[in-house]
Design a protein around this ligand. Structure first.
Ligand code: FAD
Length: 398
């Protein structure tokens, strides 16, 4: 990579990093995205559910309509307790669809000017030049660049979050498996989000269209799972073992899943109390997405929260951190403090509430004693009495 000087450098070309680059681009601000992988990471993670709040952010980013056309909308949730046979049908408030992660990544990437993303650039460290207050970014290959603004979107194991002294993330006792199953003659499932609970296992099933189904399974992490990490066939086998007492249609779904779509992830989270007290920015360095608030998948909100971050951050940088120089919009370092302060103020309570609800939901699912289950259930019901109330959030205009 060429050494050089840049206005805005985004670290990480995941959903949040690309969305942030798109948001800035739509406001006339040029950025460069440094990604450690050698190519776009559009072949991992199968799909994610995007609720109404996420669609609002995608609308602001100008990519919602093309993404909408790729999958069907889902209008209701069916929550089934396989322990006692109870079933609940809930209408979904607003828009909900599962999107292929590849489609989100490709669509955001395509919305950027050519050469915005630089691949094979793994950030190793950040230092501040005391004379200029600019950041010196050093990469694994020994090169370094200077940046006026650094936005860390480098995921749950973030170098930028470390620079801000955010506490290390923690790991749930659960892991998540995901995949796609294609039914060549059409599946027989209603266009609904099926959630099946049994003991400490949660299975979710969301049709993408009349043939393709996205599914996920959260279950207690076993040390043996370490062995299955890299082998889709082993992930399938161990998932089938975990789900051996589940209804046949669920077992069939896993058995017939596309072997290349299997992925297994340890579920990380930043504790809600670290988000309450943690630093979101220092000088001209700020964090967003999983780098800031990695959370379990139990509410399906991690990706959408990162999309919201991108819109709010770009809005405040535009309002307080810009000056017009000729035909160009340049970053005004003196205004950045106020812009980042407003970003942190607006995002802190939002991501704190999402993370707390996700944390309690994960703890409820993973709890092994009845007493703990009752306790987590009561705290959840007290703090978050409206199911899916968090999807009503509107991150506002870009
Ligand atoms: C099982 C599971 C199910 C989920 N389901 C949902 C769902 O239904 N709905 C939802 O909204 N969310 C869901 N999520 C969460 C969602 O996937 C994440 O919140 C989202 O992908 C995070 O995006 P990000 O861009 O912040 O981070 P990442 O996707 O982690 O991207 C970070 C990027 O930074 C790069 N990078 C890392 N370190 C460096 C470095 N040092 N230098 C340069 N580049 C670097 C990485 O290569 C990567 O490309 C789920 C997560 C899991 C694990």
């Amino acid at each position: 990579m060429d050494d050089g000087e840049y206005e805005v450098v985004i670290i990480g070309a995941g959903i949040c990093g690309l969305a942030t680059a798109v948001a800035l681009h739509r406001k006339g601000i040029k950025s460069v995205v440094m990604e450690k992988s050698e190519s776009l990471r559009n072949d991992t993670g199968t799909a994610i559910g995007i609720w109404q709040n996420g669609w609002r952010a995608l609308d602001q980013l100008g990519v919602a309509d093309s993404l909408r056309s790729t999958v069907i909308p889902i209008h209701r949730e069916r929550i089934v307790s396989l322990d006692d046979g109870k079933e609940q049908l809930i209408s979904i408030n607003g828009e909900f669809r599962a999107l292929r992660r590849k489609d989100i990544i490709d669509t955001l990437f395509d919305a950027l000017p050519p050469a915005t993303v630089k691949f094979g650039c793994q950030l190793e460290s950040i230092n501040t030049d005391t004379d200029t207050a600019k950041s010196v970014l050093r990469f694994l290959d020994g090169s370094s660049i200077i940046a006026k603004v650094v936005i860390g979107c480098d995921g749950g194991n973030s170098v930028v979050a470390n620079y801000l002294n955010l506490k290390p993330t923690k790991i749930f006792s659960l892991c998540g498996v995901r995949g796609f199953t294609n039914y060549p003659n059409g599946h027989s499932f209603d266009h609904e989000f099926g959630l099946f609970r049994k003991d400490n296992i949660l299975v979710g099933r969301i049709p993408m269209d009349d043939n393709m189904v996205y599914w996920f399974c959260a279950h207690p992490y076993l040390p043996e799972d370490e062995r299955t990490w890299e082998s889709p066939e082993l992930i399938r086998r161990s998932t089938l073992e975990v789900l051996s007492a589940h209804p046949q249609e669920i077992e069939e779904m896993i058995k017939n899943a596309d072997i290349n779509s299997f992925s297994l992830a340890r579920l990380r989270y930043r504790t809600p109390w670290d988000l309450l007290t943690g630093t979101f920015y220092k000088g001209a360095v700020v964090v967003a997405g999983d780098a800031l608030h990695v959370m379990g998948p139990f509410l399906g909100q991690g990706g959408s929260a990162g999309l919201e971050d991108s819109v709010v951050l770009a809005r405040h940088i535009t309002q307080k951190g810009l000056k017009q120089v000729g035909n160009e919009r340049k970053i005004m370092v003196e205004g950045l403090g106020e812009a980042f302060n407003m970003y942190a103020k607006q995002r802190r309570m939002r991501v704190l509430r999402l993370s707390l609800e996700t944390y309690l939901t994960g703890m409820l699912l993973g709890a092994t004693s009845r007493l703990k289950k009752v306790m987590y259930f009561m705290v959840l019901s007290f703090l978050f009495p409206i199911k899916n109330g968090h999807v009503d959030y509107d991150c506002g205009s870009l």
